[in-house]
Write a protein that binds this ligand. Structure first.
Ligand SMILES: Cc1cc2nc3c(=O)[nH]c(=O)nc-3n(C[C@H](O)[C@H](O)[C@H](O)COP(=O)(O)OP(=O)(O)OC[C@H]3O[C@@H](n4cnc5c(N)ncnc54)[C@H](O)[C@@H]3O)c2cc1C
Length: 455
C-alpha cells in the first residue's frame, strides 16, 4: 500500500488524534499519508476482546454500515470489507435479503450495493488493527485528553495535555503540529475554543428523546431463511421501530427504539419481546423467537440530534480541528453516523492534499458540504414525528404525509425505491426524490383520508 500522497512543500511533523472511535480511526488513516508521525490517543484501555467498551456504550446496539460508508472504508483500506466478510461479518448485497418497512410500506426490492452488518466492537477492532498496522502510527490508550496546549497569543494549538483517567500519575504534554478532536459528541473541542479565547460554534439541537433497547442472539445457520435483516421504521402514528440484523458468527442483534417516554422500549426480557412482536413478522422474527439470547438487554438514551457549526466561525486557531460526532451527531435510527464520520475523514484527506495552510477553515467548509444533506434528510424525517417538539403541527403532518406517500410509491415503483434507497445509503443525493417522475408517483400515493396520513 502506498501511504505517501504528500504533495511537495506540505505537512510533515506530528499529528495527534484524540479518540479512537470510527471518526478518530478514519482521521488517523487520512493523516498518516501526510504527517511523519500520527499518535492516536484513547481514554479507554483498548482490549482486543470484541466487547463493548466504556467510551462507546452505543456499541451494544445495532451498527450497520451503509453502502457509502463501506465504500469509503474500502477506499482507505483496500479489501477491508471483504476481509471482514471472510472473518465472519454479514454482507447484504441484494434487497431480497432485507425487508425494509418505512412509513408503513415495504420497500420494493432494488439493487443495493454492499451493506456491512457486524457488531460495532467487531468492526472497530478490525479497523483499529488496520490503523495500528500503519508504519508511522502509534496508539496511546488509557490516556485522557484534558486540555489543548497553545503557542503564546493562542493563534496556534501546538499540542495537548494528557492524563490517566481517574487522575492517577502526572499529566504529560504531547507536542503536535495538528490536533484532531474525535472525542465524540460531548464537545470538548468546542469548549477548548472557548478556553483559548475564541467563540464556540453555534450548536443546533433537535430534541428527539429516542431510547434504544438491544439484545444479541445466536441463530443457527439457515434457521432464518435467506433473510439477513428486518427493519421496521417508526411512523407518526406509531413512533416505535425495530432493527433485526445478522452480524458476525451467526450472531444477530435485535434493537428496538421509540420516540418519547411512553414509546421507549422496555428492558425487561419478556416486555422487550412483546414490544418487538408488535412490530415484527416473517421468518427472521420466527427464528429469533426460538433463538438463544447471548447478552442481557442493553439500553441507551439519545436526547437530541446535534450539529455544531464550526464552518461559520470567523476566527479559528491553527492546528486544531474537530471531526465525527463532535461536529454532527445524527439520530442513530438512520444508521448513518459511521458513514458521515468516514466521509469527514475523506474530506480531511482531500484538504490535506492541498497542504495544512488554513486547514481548519477549509476542512470545516468541506465537512459542512458532506453533512448538509444527511442532516437535512434525517431531521426532516424526525420532524414528521409529532413527539419531536418545535415543529408546527401542520408542517409535521405535511412531512408525515409526504414520507408516507413516497414510501407507498417506493413499494411498487423501482425508480422511487432506488431514489429512497440511495438517499438512505448516502450513495446519491436525496434530490433524486424531487425528480418529476418520482414526485408524480408520490402525489398519486398521497394519503386521501385523515386516518391514512399516519399522523
Ligand atoms: C444507539 C446508537 C446506534 C447507532 N447505530 C448506528 C448504525 O447503525 N450505523 C452507523 O453508522 N452509526 C450508528 N450510530 C452512530 C455512531 O455510533 C457514531 O456516529 C460513530 O461511531 C462516530 O462517532 P465518533 O467516532 O465521532 O465518536 P464515538 O464513537 O463516541 O467515539 C469517541 C471516542 O473518543 C474517546 N474519548 C472521549 N473523550 C476522550 C478524551 N477526553 N480523551 C481521549 N479519548 C476520549 C471515547 O472513549 C471514544 O472512543 C449509532 C449511535 C447510537 C448512539
Amino acid at each position: 500500500m502506498n501511504l505517501v500522497r504528500r504533495p511537495a512543500g506540505t505537512a510533515t511533523g506530528h499529528a495527534v488524534v484524540l479518540g479512537a472511535g470510527i471518526a478518530g480511526l478514519c482521521a488517523a488513516r487520512a493523516l498518516s499519508e501526510v504527517f511523519d508521525r500520527v499518535t492516536l490517543v484513547e481514554r479507554d484501555a483498548l482490549a482486543e476482546d470484541g466487547g463493548t467498551r466504556r467510551g462507546v456504550p452505543q456499541g451494544a446496539h445495532v451498527h450497520s454500515l451503509t453502502v457509502r460508508g463501506a465504500a469509503v472504508l474500502d477506499g482507505f483500506f483496500p479489501g477491508f470489507v471483504g476481509r471482514l466478510a471472510a472473518d465472519g461479518a454479514a454482507l447484504v448485497t441484494a434487497l431480497s435479503e432485507v425487508d425494509i418497512v418505512f412509513f408503513g410500506s415495504l420497500l420494493h426490492k432494488v439493487p443495493v450495493g454492499t451493506v456491512l452488518q457486524a457488531g460495532r466492537p467487531f468492526l472497530e477492532d478490525r479497523l483499529r488493527a488496520a490503523v495500528r498496522a500503519l508504519p508511522n502510527l502509534a496508539v496511546l490508550d488509557d490516556r485522557e485528553a484534558v486540555a489543548p496546549l497553545a503557542a503564546p497569543g493562542n493563534a496556534r494549538v501546538v499540542g495537548v495535555r494528557l492524563a490517566r483517567p481517574g487522575g492517577a500519575g502526572a499529566a504529560e504534554d504531547v507536542d503536535a503540529d495538528l490536533v484532531v478532536d474525535a472525542m465524540g459528541r460531548a464537545g470538548r473541542g468546542a469548549a477548548w475554543l472557548g478556553s483559548l479565547g475564541y467563540r464556540k460554534p453555534v450548536e443546533q439541537r433537535l430534541r428527539v428523546d429516542v431510547a434504544y433497547a438491544s439484545r444479541r442472539y445466536r441463530i443457527p445457520p439457515g434457521a432464518a431463511g435467506p433473510g439477513r435483516a428486518l427493519l421496521v421504521g417508526a411512523t407518526p402514528a406509531r413512533p416505535r421501530g425495530l432493527v433485526l440484523t445478522q452480524q458476525e458468527d451467526d450472531l444477530w442483534v435485535l434493537s428496538l427504539y421509540g420516540f418519547g417516554h411512553p414509546d421507549h422500549p422496555p428492558t425487561d426480557p419478556a416486555e422487550f419481546l412483546r414490544f418487538a412482536g408488535e412490530l415484527a413478522s416473517g421468518p427472521i422474527w420466527d427464528a429469533l423467537r426460538r433463538a438463544e439470547p447471548v447478552t442481557e438487554v442493553a439500553s441507551f438514551g439519545y436526547p437530541h440530534a446535534l450539529r455544531r457549526h464550526f464552518h461559520r466561525l470567523r476566527r479559528l486557531p491553527d492546528g486544531l480541528v474537530s471531526t465525527g460526532d463532535a461536529i454532527c451527531s445524527l439520530n442513530p435510527i438512520y444508521g448513518a453516523g459511521m458513514t458521515v464520520a468516514a466521509l469527514q475523514a475523506a474530506a480531511l484527506r482531500e484538504c490535506l492534499a492541498g497542504g495544512t495552510r488554513d486547514l481548519p477553515r477549509r476542512f470545516y467548509r468541506s465537512a459542512a458540504d458532506a453533512l448538509r444533506l444527511p442532516w437535512l434528510f434525517s431531521t426532516l424525517a424526525d420532524r414528521s414525528m409529532p413527539q419531536v417538539p418545535g415543529t408546527r403541527p401542520a408542517l409535521a403532518a405535511l412531512l408525515g404525509k409526504s414520507f408516507r406517500a413516497t414510501m407507498r410509491a417506493a413499494a411498487t415503483d423501482a425508480e422511487v425505491a432506488t431514489a429512497v434507497w440511495n438517499a438512505v445509503s448516502l450513495t446519491a443525493s436525496p434530490a433524486a426524490l424531487a425528480r418529476p417522475r418520482v414526485v408524480a408517483a408520490t402525489l398519486r400515493n398521497w394519503p386521501r383520508r385523515a386516518q391514512d396520513s399516519g399522523s
